[in-house]
Design a protein around this ligand. Structure first.
Ligand code: MN
Length: 395
């Protein structure tokens, strides 16, 4: 049996049924930091609310907190541990995060103000818990169900299975992406892979909406990953997707996409643009389009050719990729969100982290469209910084 507390916790979580996770956590934190009560709040699919995980026998109503609130919401947004002192007790809120993807917040009630060691142990506990929750998606629905404010549509169920970890901070790149409407997404997708020399990043938008678009999108992502994992470059990845989509859909359905591969050390970027010219660079406060000529979308012509373009990131550059659903989201009166609003929004959120930028942008688009989107709206943000800036609160 492991002697360190995190080792013991991991062993206990790995051997208990998933619906007993919260009991195991409570027992662990009672023994290690004297916790009186423990609550786990999970981010809903839209990332706009925190949903309390209830366990069998719990008679609590179903509390749901907007992430814009104080308390756990504040911890969720800032990723800083929150300590709220009462007369003799304390409530500590700790982020439950994998890389930079915010899964939720653990709230721990203590009978005393926490010592520095208690806070360190709580943060380490939440790091371990985050990985267990991520892996548990493969063997239980307990946590997926708790995150749902309502049922997902089938295309959204397919799309969520495809998505990578939604935010990833690294030594030279920070990446985050977000898809809306989270419960009814159709054909948009994004993917990335962090490799020793470079980061590969892509956004794609499958024609149409609904299950057929989600099937096309699944195929796009599977073929891309398959080619990438064979060691093919981005142009070969696009060719492979084009050929397979054409084979399966006979030229009737297509997907637009932009694939990029950015070198870690130099900021040099290779780009293939398959009919998806919705990319911008925010540099020194100015938003400029990433100007690379578009080739045809993938799936229309079996022998389509794709050009490899080269651009270069400067240190401090922010790359933003969006789908057409962002610009075209229109009010009842037909006023589209458009490039001017996008520019203003991205300039005003320049100080935010990528994960907040994509959350705030998709929320602004949803508000503009009064909560209802006709097309998917996707935003992906990548920051290039040669030296590590201040990271989030870490154990
Ligand atoms: Mn679209």
């Amino acid at each position: 049996m492991p002697t360190d507390p995190i080792g013991r916790l991991l062993e206990a979580l790995d051997t208990c049924p998933p619906f007993a996770f919260l009991d195991v956590l409570r027992e662990h934190l009672t023994a290690t930091v004297g916790a009186r009560d423990v609550h786990l709040w999970l981010a809903d699919y839209a990332g706009q609310s925190l949903e309390l995980l209830r366990v069998p026998g719990d008679r609590m109503p179903d509390p749901s907190l907007p992430v814009d609130d104080e308390g756990p919401g504040q911890t969720f947004r800032s990723q800083q541990t929150g300590v709220h002192l009462r007369s003799v007790s304390a409530v500590v809120s700790v982020p439950v995060t994998v890389r930079a993807e915010r899964l939720g917040v653990l709230q721990v009630h203590l009978p005393h103000p926490p010592a520095a060691d208690d806070v360190r142990l709580l943060r380490a506990t939440c790091s371990a818990l985050a990985y267990v929750l991520l892996a548990s998606r493969r063997y239980t629905d307990v946590f997926e169900r708790a995150r749902r404010q309502r049922d997902l549509e089938v295309p959204a169920e397919m799309q969520w299975e495809l998505l990578p970890v939604l935010a990833h901070d690294g030594p030279d790149f920070d990446i985050a992406g977000k898809l809306e409407p989270a419960y009814d997404i159709g054909g948009d997708n994004f993917d990335y892979a962090v490799e020793p020399g470079a980061v590969t990043l892509s956004i794609s938008d499958a024609m149409g909406h609904g299950t057929r678009a989600a099937m096309l999108s699944s195929l796009v992502v599977a073929v891309q990953r398959n080619a990438r994992r064979r060691g093919e470059g981005i142009r070969q990845q696009v060719r492979a997707v084009n050929a397979t989509v054409y084979d399966q859909f006979g030229g009737t359905d297509f997907a637009t996409a932009m694939f990029l591969r950015a070198e870690r050390s130099t900021g040099e970027v290779a780009v293939v643009n398959a009919g998806h010219s919705l990319a911008y660079i925010l540099r020194d406060g100015a938003l400029v389009p990433l100007a690379v000529d578009a080739d045809v979308p993938m799936g229309l012509f079996p022998d389509a050719e794709y050009t490899l373009h080269r651009v270069r990131f400067a240190v401090g550059d922010r790359l933003i990729l969006i789908s057409d659903g962002v610009l075209e989201a229109a009010t009842e009166e037909g006023d589209p969100y458009g490039e001017d609003r996008l520019r203003e929004h991205l300039q005003s959120t320049a100080g935010e982290s990528p994960v907040e930028v994509v959350r705030l942008l998709t929320a602004a688009v949803m508000r503009h469209r009064a909560g209802h989107l006709v097309d998917d709206a996707t935003a992906v943000c990548l920051d290039y910084h040669a030296t590590r800036r201040e990271g989030r609160d870490r154990p």
